[in-house]
Design a protein around this ligand. Structure first.
Ligand code: BJW
Length: 249
């Protein structure tokens, strides 16, 4: 990545002194792997597809095949990508910090593939499936591509294991994320438009509890004016530079 990024010395010092650091990531972190974001004006998924048709329980009830095929298409995109320098830098930064937690809204599994460990997935994972009746996990091997399969236990339709609009986030995940945001010294908001709740509330919680808030995003968001440090660069450039400045690990 050739973009040059300047990282404030005070941010590096604050990070070195931080007893607990939280990283919240969104779709922008995976953009440089070639995965479309949701809300970017020209390239985001929601500029081409209607969220209420594809990412709601009602949409799935109306047209399960359409929804299933859309998720199959997205699984295909993700399967052909790799973690980018931003994902790898996050893993290195986590190894170098005293205590840290990575909270992601992403469903692509790229943080895990980059080797990140202390990780919470708030919105599920594209590569898991659930029974649409009682949401128990269903293994994925036996169906014809393109059609939503049936649950082997109860014959209900199988659905993607992601959190749609109007659905609750996994209670343990959001509770742990809130606790971490409440008690951290430094909170990073990386590659997210900060528009979707309750994930967007985490930065507000951290701010309210006096954490140093850092935003990494080439575009301004509603959080920008409240952040202590803003790196207006792609995460694939900014995060490796922060990791480099923090030192070898
Ligand atoms: C870069 C970059 C680079 C680009 N480097 N950066 C009315 C009806 C129903 C619900 C609601 C309602 N009003 C409010 C709600 C609540 C709703 C909500 O927040 N809606 C708002 C949109 C208004 N939330 C929910 O429904 C949540 N559940 C809930 O609240 O339960 C309680 C409840 C129950 C019943 C009723 C009401 C409340 C669930 C939210 C689930 C979100 N699901 C999705 C889809 C997941 C599955 C899938 O992938 O298909 O999650 S939506 C989508 O948005 C996805 C993302 O995780 C999420 C956040 O998006 P993100 O990551 O911020 O991406 P973008 O595209 O928005 O931003 C990318 C950013 O990257 C941009 O800023 C770029 O500039 C930047 N960028 N390149 C760094 N290289």
């Amino acid at each position: 990545m050739s973009t040059s990024v300047t990282v404030d010395d005070r941010l590096i010092q604050t990070l070195r002194e931080s007893a607990s650091t939280v990283f919240l990531t969104g779709a922008g972190v995976s953009a440089e792997s070639g995965i479309p974001t949701f809300r970017d004006a020209m390239t985001g998924l929601w500029s081409r597809y209607r969220p209420e048709e594809l990412a709601t329980p009602d949409g799935f009830e109306r047209d399960p095949e359409l929804v299933w095929r859309w998720y199959e298409w997205r699984r295909g995109i993700v399967s052909e990508t790799d973690p980018n320098p931003g994902h790898h830098a996050l893993r290195r930064m986590q190894h170098g910090l005293t205590t840290s937690l990575l909270i992601t809204q992403n469903v692509d599994g790229l943080h895990q593939r980059a080797g990140s460990e202390q990780l919470i997935e708030l919105h599920g994972n594209l590569f898991r499936n659930l029974c649409s009746r009682d949401m128990h996990p269903v293994m994925t091997e036996e169906w014809v591509p393109g059609n939503p399969p049936r649950c082997p236990r109860c014959d209900s339709l199988v659905r993607p294991g992601v959190v749609w609009f109007g659905e609750m986030l996994p209670p343990d995940a959001i509770e742990s994320a809130r606790q971490a945001a409440m008690s951290c010294d430094v909170f990073f908001s990386i590659g997210t438009s900060a528009q979707v709740y309750p994930a967007a509330q985490l930065a507000e919680i951290a701010l309210g509890n006096g954490a140093t808030v850092v935003e990494v995003n080439p575009e301004p968001t509603t959080l920008t004016r409240y952040a202590d440090f803003v790196l207006s660069s792609p995460s694939g450039a900014a995060l490796p530079e922060i990791a480099r400045r923090l030192g070898p690990n």
